[in-house]
Design a protein around this ligand. Structure first.
Ligand code: SF4
Length: 56
């Protein structure tokens, strides 16, 4: 799924948890797994789930 950076930061990351086991939001460009889908950096995705068909 391709999302704008402004939307991704309100989506849960499956790997980040708080000290009391609550899910944390995607860190977007602060995370090494974030990938941009276009040169304009308008949309991107979490690279841990592979490359979305829309980005190929
Ligand atoms: S890009 Fe990083 S912080 Fe965001 S969901 Fe993927 S692994 Fe988590």
């Amino acid at each position: 799924m391709l999302v704008a950076e402004s939307d991704a930061k309100f989506m849960f990351c499956p790997f980040l948890m708080t000290h009391d086991d609550k899910m944390k939001m995607c860190q977007v460009t602060q995370c090494m797994m974030w990938r941009w889908a276009d040169d304009k950096k308008e949309k991107g995705y979490c690279g841990l789930a592979g490359t979305p068909r829309a980005a190929k």
